[in-house]
Design a protein around this ligand. Structure first.
Ligand code: AMP
Ligand code: SF4
Length: 470
């Protein structure tokens, strides 16, 4: 039985620019496009070639940065981070990028993911005399880099990366170099593009479109890209393994206008909806989706079922994602503030309500109630992903198994619990087929561990540091 890991989860976005006089502004705009990946904190570190400067804070990009604070940060290279953290993990120190200064150089790190051996490494670092300033996994990597001793920095980074396990997309910057790394399984998305002569790196390709950059390619699993005044060099810190990109990126997390491994997210969500209509058809009058993340799947379902797609639910703008609010009570209030059912559309109708996923079941229960209160005769819930039965250890907050409704309840029980007239989920095969469309790589597919329990890495590996006690 796997242990609970509440508090370790975070899901974030990272963005970086190398070789542009307005790198800070561009990073600000890039982070804005990644805001959906984290709303609790944001930061930017900029280098002018000699010095690095940092600005970070709690809240949305617009709360953290002003025209003046961005001016303070001017330089040709920047890395930025938007952060989502669960309760108890949201302290100022943990907001990224993390920046460290030593007598020789500075080091800034921005990380998306979760290290599964961070606790073991922290224990060993502390036993060997390191003083950790944050509770963030990311700091462990800074210590590992610094402790590699008198070797070139790219070697030190490769050594550090080979010691950490789990999911990580990293941007690491010194005064005169930018390093970009993706974990050996490429669990989290990370792409590189260009803007004139400058390089741009982003968790999602939607941010390239915002700053006018052109997508070049994905950062490969186990790859370390080194960018400096001599250009770009690709190195490896780990042998290539089958990529297991997080399937929840396609299901829920990424923006529909992003491409993951060249596959448009809206298009894969639409295919999920179509597959769901094939697997779980139902007599109904209209199909509606839960805005925004389920609209693509609902359109796919309606198209395949030959039913009209209607805006049966409207999202009230300017209310953050339900998950941002720490307590259950606030979450429930959030859902109420966020969505309304459109009586003129659902009254007297048999409604298929498509949602992308069920985590705790709160959202679905409220929406079914809302649709019925607005006069829907029947509400058939169709979920465009399989039941989430297992916690995620790789940086997506799918909670502890105690809170995951599908970990403890059958589909029939959940149907009753949320008050639906019927409930059906997409199968794991249906999900894989919708994302990969029968490609060769589908043999292994992306990570589906929260659905299947088949984790692509060890969960609590106990890595031993190679250093002698100081
Ligand atoms: P729940 O009320 O807990 O069942 O939340 C389910 C809703 O949260 C779904 O409709 C998704 O749109 C959204 N969701 C799914 N996974 C996550 C996640 N890891 N973080 C935030 N929201 C999520
Ligand atoms: Fe994504 Fe689920 Fe795998 Fe976590 S366990 S990386 S949420 S597919």
């Amino acid at each position: 039985m796997l242990g609970e890991i509440k508090g370790l989860n975070e899901e974030c976005g990272i963005f970086g620019v190398w070789g542009h006089p307005e790198s800070t502004q561009l990073t600000y705009y890039g982070l804005h496009a990644l805001q959906h990946r984290g709303q609790e904190g944001a930061g930017i570190v900029t280098s002018d070639g000699d010095h690095m400067k940092i600005a970070k804070g709690h809240g949305l990009i617009n709360d953290v940065f002003s025209q003046d604070s961005l001016k303070e940060l001017e330089g040709h290279a920047s890395i930025g981070h938007v952060r989502y953290a669960t309760a108890g993990d949201g302290s100022y120190e943990n907001i990224q990028p993390l920046m460290f200064r030593s007598q020789t150089s500075g080091l800034a790190l921005a990380h998306n993911g979760n290290l599964v051996n961070a606790q073991a490494l922290k224990g060993q670092l502390e036993a060997q005399g390191s003083i950790l300033q944050t509770t963030s996994d990311t700091e462990v990597v800074a210590h590992l880099i610094k402790r590699a001793g008198n070797v070139p920095i790219d070697e030190a980074i490769c050594q550090a990366l080979s010691m950490i396990k789990g999911a990580y997309a990293f941007l690491i910057m010194t005064e005169d170099q930018l390093f970009v790394a993706n974990d050996p399984r490429g669990l989290r998305p990370l792409s590189i593009g260009y803007l004139g002569d400058s390089w741009v790196v982003s968790s999602e390709t939607c941010a390239f479109d915002i700053v006018g950059a052109t997508y070049e390619r994905e950062v490969k699993p186990g790859e370390l890209i080194v960018i400096d005044k001599n250009g770009l060099e690709s190195k490896r810190f780990a042998a290539p393994i089958q990529r297991t990109l997080c399937s929840m990126e396609h299901v829920y997390f990424s923006r529909p206008d992003s491409n993951l491994d060249g596959k448009n997210v809206h298009a894969s969500r639409k295919r999920m909806g179509k597959a769901l209509a094939g697997e779980a058809p139902i007599e109904a009058d209209v199909v509606t989706g839960v805005p925004d993340s389920s609209i693509s799947a609902a359109i796919g379902y309606a198209e395949a079922a030959g039913l009209p797609y209607e805006l049966g639910l409207i999202k009230n703008r300017y209310v953050g994602r339900t998950f941002i609010q720490p307590s259950q009570e606030l979450r429930e209030q959030g859902v109420k503030m966020k969505l309304s059912a459109v009586r003129g559309i659902v009254e007297g109708k048999r409604v298929v309500m498509v949602d992308d996923s069920i985590v705790r079941g709160t959202t679905c229960r409220r929406i079914v109630k809302m649709l019925k209160e607005a006069g829907a005769l029947e509400v058939h819930v169709r979920i465009a992903s399989p039941p989430i039965e297992n916690p995620c250890y790789y940086g997506i907050d799918t909670s502890t198994s105690g809170e995951l409704i599908a970990a403890n309840h059958s589909v029939k029980d959940i149907e009753t619990e949320i008050g639906a007239d019927s409930l059906a989920y997409l199968s794991v095969d249906g999900l894989n087929e919708a994302i990969y469309q029968g490609e060769e790589s589908m043999e292994h597919g992306g990570c589906t561990a929260c659905f299947t329990g088949n984790y692509p890495t060890e969960i609590y590996p106990n890595t031993v540091l190679p250093y002698e006690k100081a």
